[in-house]
Design a protein around this ligand. Structure first.
Ligand code: ADP
Ligand code: MG
Length: 580
């Protein structure tokens, strides 16, 4: 029997582990199942490479609760460990990993977010257990099994074990303050959260199923009445995960229906179908796979974010992808899987990390390319969906310059009559008729078809096109378009009398004498409340109504922009970018 001290220098590592990231205690299960998965995949590799002669079979990982004994078992059929390997990997390497992790991060625990998700490994079991046992048998036939026990003090025992079959069993003696992890429902919740798409089947409990070898007999009684005997039931392993999720497959092997059913697997409570998907797949200069979905979006900005799930090699990490995915795409849904995202760093660091920046710009480019091909391949369908996706696209145009540059290929400008133009098409269409005397192209738009009806009609009577732009961030986008496109201005149809919105010449002569003008001005000021309106006399076309109420474009737009900043700000930085 061997007894030993793990490391005297940091005697108090276990209390530290326990205290560390209190709210994250649950990650122990993910760490242990990750280890079990690694061990199984390593065995597969050995079998495939022919390094050793062995029968790989169909290994699974099993999670078992022993409520009476207050124990939780995690059992794999992977490559196992020899006694020497336990010494090396558990006593030395795993421990030094945990130690290093704590050293590095114990002072920074508040800089929460991703930190703490990775790195603690095997020793995270001591966050919930006051004693841990390892029973393991290596795939190397002539090696003894090993039995390691540690009660949370730095002392451990390591003896020859009795395990006969290949693989490793971890037994956690659950501590009194962690008995929640002896509840089936709690373990099930964790397995669903972290392990739903891990590559090795995970068994948790059993379930009843129909016996497929049994065909129920149907018999007729003497009156000719048929009765069928009941279907025979058998108990089968309850496998909780899908080891081959859609994102790990090749796009060519998937049909539209497969993407939809994967969406339902990800969001079982979501009844609406996604509008379209984008399959991400890159292996150079970084590794990233995933599927993003455009859900049907409403026009309000309180869109639920945090719907994209981040995985590393099929292990769930977080559903807060801030800093990894560009802000405007956090409105999408789906999965990103990348082993190349450094997760043991703070979010503020993430945003400056070169690799992460590359990932973000790759995703942005992919999304833009996909939108472009959707538009080119089926314009009619794209137009139909425009209203449900425009908020993401407009937000992206505002916040990501690269996306803005590409957006000319698919961003649409709908008219009040339900026509859809790209910017260039619109430009060509209205150039002749809507260029003013200063050679500026004037783009007319409405925000509310009913409220601005008479203004819209007046514009249409002149043969002008009127866009319908009604997103909450549209004033910001207009501002951006005016500063990037050459010689254009956007004006809302109720900004002034139509002849003033697109001024073709200045030669309108008033029919009133100066005296008449002063008199009219005085009379109007008496009846028009001055705190709300400003009276202004101007010569106008004789067909125009004698009085109109207008809202000057500039003032109104500034006000709207400020309102979207205060009331429904998506991101301060963006709003400020537009204003300045
Ligand atoms: P990491 O997984 O990052 O290497 P861990 O602390 O989780 O760190 O595990 C340390 C080492 O212990 C592993 O690298 C592996 O060699 C060994 N190990 C842990 N669990 C198992 C297991 N179930 N089967 C075989 N080896 C294991
Ligand atoms: Mg590990």
């Amino acid at each position: 029997m061997a007894k030993g001290n793990i490391n005297v220098a940091v005697e108090n590592i276990f209390p530290l582990i326990k205290k560390f990231l209190y709210s994250d205690h649950e990650i122990f299960l993910r760490e242990l199942i990750s280890n079990a998965t690694d061990a199984t995949l390593k065995l597969k590799h050995i079998a495939n490479s022919g390094e050793a002669k062995l029968d790989y079979g169909n290994p699974i990982i099993e999670v078992k609760i022993d409520k009476k004994g207050k124990k939780l078992h995690i059992i794999d059929q992977g490559l196992g460990m020899t006694i020497e390997e336990v010494k090396k990997y558990i006593n030395e390497i795993a421990f030094s990993g945990a130690e290093e992790f704590l050293d590095q991060y114990k002072d920074k625990a508040e800089d929460s977010g991703i930190i703490g998700h990775f790195g603690l490994g095997f020793y995270s079991s001591f966050m919930v257990a006051d004693k841990v046992e390892i029973l393991t048998k290596s795939f190397k036939d002539d090696e003894d099994a090993a039995h390691w026990t540690c009660d949370g003090s730095p002392e451990y025992t390591l003896v020859k074990g009795k395990k006969k079959d290949r693989g490793t069993e971890i037994i956690l003696h659950i501590a009194d303050d962690s008995t929640e992890f002896l509840e089936e429902s709690r373990i099930n919740e964790l397995l669903q959260k972290y392990n739903k798409f891990m590559p090795i089947p995970i068994k948790f409990g059993t379930k009843e199923a129909n016996d497929s070898n049994h065909v129920p007999k149907t018999t007729k009684d003497k009156d000719g009445k048929e009765t069928t005997e009941p279907q025979k039931k058998i108990t089968i392993d309850n496998i909780i995960n899908n080891p081959n999720p859609a994102w790990t497959k090749q796009p060519a092997d998937l049909k539209d229906e497969d993407y939809k059913s994967f969406y339902r697997e990800l969001y079982p409570m979501q009844f609406e179908e996604p509008l379209f998907h984008i399959h991400l797949n890159v292996d150079y200069p970084f590794n990233l796979t995933g599927i993003l979905y455009f859900p049907k979006m409403t026009n309000d900005l309180n869109i639920q974010k945090d719907k994209i799930q981040l995985y590393q090699n099929q292990v769930f990490v977080t559903d807060n992808v801030e800093g990894i995915v560009p802000e405007f795409l956090t409105m999408l849904r789906g999965v990103i899987d990348s082993p190349d995202i450094p997760l043991n760093v703070s979010r503020s660091y993430l945003q400056t990390d070169g690799a992460v920046k590359k990932i973000a710009s790759y995703i942005t480019r992919k999304v833009a390319d996909k939108l472009k091909s959707l538009f080119n391949d089926n314009r009619e369908d794209f137009e139909k969906k425009w209203n449900d996706i425009k908020i993401v696209i407009e937000y992206g145009m505002l916040s990501e310059d690269k996306f803005f540059e590409k957006s000319d290929a698919f961003a649409l400008y709908p008219t009040v009559d339900g026509k859809y133009y790209t910017y260039d098409e619109l430009h060509d269409k209205i150039k002749a008729n809507q260029t003013d005397k200063d050679d500026k192209l004037v783009i007319l738009y409405a925000s509310d078809k009913d409220a601005q009806h008479s203004y819209i009609e007046a514009a249409k009577a002149k043969g002008y096109e009127v866009l319908l732009l009604d997103s909450p961030i549209i004033s910001h986008l207009i501002q951006k378009l005016e500063t990037t496109k050459e010689n254009v201005s956007f004006v809302r149809v109720d900004g002034d009398h139509i002849d003033n919105l697109i001024k073709k010449d200045d030669t309108k002569i008033s029919k009133l004498s100066d005296e008449e003008k002063t008199k009219l001005d005085e009379l109007l000021k008496e009846v028009v409340p001055s705190e709300k309106f400003m009276v202004q006399l101007e010569p106008m076309d004789s067909n125009a109504s004698p009085f109109i109420i207008t809202q000057p474009e500039f003032m109104r737009r500034m006000k709207e922009m400020q309102q979207t900043v205060v009331a429904e700000c998506l991101e301060w930085a963006i709003c400020q970018k537009c204003i300045t």
